[in-house]
Design a protein around this ligand. Structure first.
Ligand code: SF4
Length: 437
């Protein structure tokens, strides 16, 4: 009998990628095989993103392409909550489910492409199926979010914060490390809130009690002997507690904290924490505890009501904070977001002009910060080896979103190797290095 074959399209953020990995792990465990072309698949699952309008359009197009090329399509992911919109454009879709509805997706696949049951064959490695390279993996610690930022619809798509028990998270982390993972990227919508919903309940890892709490998780992950990188950390005061773990080398000296803006007026209207002076003081504190800490953040320019003065305040913050890595987006209305009702939208041309100014200022800061690394020795992690040499990342660089380190001629290195290098040159975003002797 022929093995049923699944095609899978995974769109969106790392959290959606983790959902895709869970669904694939389950299907693979049931004997489905995974194929990489529409024509080889018996059915295609599309995991969609609904975060901004461009992502919605990309998702709808991906569903259309899968239908055209294959015909049997199950849709899941964030866009799934907007079922009518999908059905309107693609009425032939077999089933639509929302985000992290693993069971429902698997049931839909069973209904339209029954599994071949073979209980004697273990087809799945213990760490599950992963879509990232072998040497790094995303570790999702919770779903949903208790905040209600006015530009965001994630809480309506994914619900309130629901943390995974710490024992389960640590078991998964251990399995990943045993499978060769060298770097764990901790993701969620709000990593620092981990465990709030469970009232920091005590769980167990290897028989040892651990609280379901950001600090305890960071500390336990720090014992695994690999790189641990914290993403999507909300600037709560208790974040200060994990910085000493970075200074001690237990977890990477890296914090990804989306500040979004620096004007009190705009932060209030975004429903974000407002004390910008506190943020600057906190950054100074973190740097005093762990001087090598790399700070990454994201911002939105052109939010409704943003005046020239608000924008100047944002630039001043940027100059004062001197962050290492920064992403910036122009505000774009997301269907269903409360911010759509706010008065005084900023014209597109002004948004674009502010974005260009913002990125210009940050490029100079980033270039300066990278220049200060020249001559320093550091450990890097190799992501790719090409004809010209190795492409790696430093401790300050997350995959996909930050810079890279190029080591010309170092073709003796292998993907997933840690290596000692000395930084020799830099541009605005990337570094060049030579192997340390
Ligand atoms: S913190 Fe704000 S932006 Fe982030 S997921 Fe929660 S509501 Fe959305």
């Amino acid at each position: 009998m022929k093995t049923p074959r699944i095609g899978f399209v995974s769109l969106g953020c790392p959290k959606a990628l983790v959902d895709s990995e869970r669904i694939l792990t389950k299907l693979r465990a049931e004997g489905y095989s995974l194929v990489s072309t529409y024509k080889d698949a018996d059915l295609v699952v599309v995991n969609t993103c609904g975060f901004i309008d461009a992502a919605v359009e990309e998702s709808l197009e991906a569903v259309g392409e899968a239908l055209k090329e294959n015909g049997k399509v199950v849709v899941t992911g964030c866009l799934g909550v907007r079922e009518n919109e999908i059905r309107e454009r693609h009425p032939q879709v077999l089933k639509i489910t929302g985000a992290h509805a693993y069971e429902e997706v698997v049931e839909a696949v069973h209904e339209h492409l029954p599994p071949l049951h073979d209980p004697f064959v273990d087809l799945v490695p213990p760490e599950g199926i992963r879509l990232t390279p072998r040497h790094y993996a995303y570790l999702k610690i919770s779903e949903g979010c208790n905040h209600r930022c006015t530009f965001c619809i994630i809480p309506s798509l994914r619900g309130d914060l629901a943390s995974r028990p710490i024992g389960e998270v640590m078991d998964e982390a251990e399995r990943l490390v045993s499978a060769g993972v060298k770097e764990l990227l901790v993701v969620s919508q709000d990593t620092s809130a981990y465990g709030v919903d469970l009232k920091y309940r005590t769980g167990f890892w290897g028989g040892r009690p651990l609280k379901t709490r950001f600090y305890d998780l960071a500390k336990a992950l720090g014992e695994l002997g690999i790189w641990v990188r914290m993403h999507y950390v909300y600037p709560y005061p208790h974040v200060d507690e994990v910085v000493p773990l970075m200074a001690e080398g237990k977890i990477l000296p890296y914090l990804d904290i989306p500040f979004q803006h620096a004007s009190t007026r705009i932060l209030k209207s975004m429903k974000r924490p407002v004390a910008t002076e506190d943020v600057l003081a906190r950054i100074a504190l973190w740097r005093s505890i762990c001087p090598e800490i790399a700070l990454r953040s994201t911002f939105i320019v052109g939010f409704p009501g943003e005046t020239d003065a608000d924008f100047e305040q944002l630039l001043e913050f940027l100059q004062a904070a001197r962050l290492d890595r920064v992403g910036c987006f122009t505000y774009s209305p997301v269907k269903g977001a409360a911010a759509n009702e706010l008065p005084n939208p900023v014209p597109e041309s002004v948004k674009e002009e502010r974005l260009a100014r913002f990125m210009g200022v940050q490029a100079r800061i980033s270039a300066d910060r990278l220049q200060s690394k020249i001559g320093k020795r550091e450990t890097i992690l190799v992501d790719e080896v090409v004809d010209e040499g190795a492409v790696a990342r430093s401790r300050a660089d997350a995959p996909e979103i930050d810079g890279q380190v190029f080591i010309d001629g170092a073709t003796h290195l292998k993907v997933g190797d840690w290596a000692e290098v000395i930084f020799e040159d830099a541009d605005d975003h990337d570094l060049w290095a030579v192997p340390a002797s």
